[in-house]
Design a protein around this ligand. Sequence first.
Ligand SMILES: [Zn+2]
Length: 288
Amino acid sequence: MLQEIAPLLFDNGFRVCTPEDQDLALVCDAEGVLLKEGETLELPRAGDIPDAAYTYLFAVGGKTVFLAQTDNPVVLPGYAYKPLSQLRRAQPKAIAFAAATGHQLYRWYLRRRFCGVCGTPTQPSAKERSLVCPNCGNTEYPSIMPAVIVGIVDGDRLLMTKYANRPFANWALVAGYAEIGEALEETVRRETMEEVGLLLGKIVYYRSQPWPFSGSLLMGFYAQLDGSDDISLNDGELAEAAWLHQNEIDIPFEDVSLTNEMICRFHWEGRRVLDTDRDPRPLREILL
Ligand SMILES: [Zn+2]
């Protein structure tokens, strides 16, 4: 998956520091990130943009990444803003993950410039990643939206879906955001009923994934169908849903998204995805 960058490490510990010239600079606009033009992703260096205000973000593979903010758009010869949507499958994966995750933090800093309680400009905390209101003390932390992905299993079949009103209509799985007051298992059952009108029995947690493009934390579950397999597309979110047999699922493993991994895992293991004693290794270790 996108965040699996081993043997490189993602170090998300909080620090207050100033950049050296060779540290990486993340320059964002609403749609994307400034990157060197070419086949492989390369961020500019802090020394290339000396007049920016820098905020430490994290380190990836031992390289320190700072958010660089300027009053006017940065123009750097040989660099261009690349839309976030083009980062998913770009290489090297560690830089794609860093750029997308940094852009998630950029959006959060941008949206929390003023206190939501009293309107005073916020200030970065010196002890943790938060923005504090100097007037009323309100503290804002990076927002992460929890969401579930559900692989619904009926024997050797998996319920596959296609979203309505999406630019790319690849096969996906039932998915949705957790509501306030809801346990994740309840989200799994509610989203399944809302999107395809099916009841579930056993629910088994699979794996999770930070998904910076939507600012969410995805949690994957496999679930056993309980009762009728008649699909009804209820809430208009889906254009299509169908039961696909394990052998009919012909989707290449991309090592990017949890949805793709869960679909490929079912193709690999079938109904064993519901067993708690199945192969514990991540799919990339099995297939790559
Ligand atoms: Zn305030």
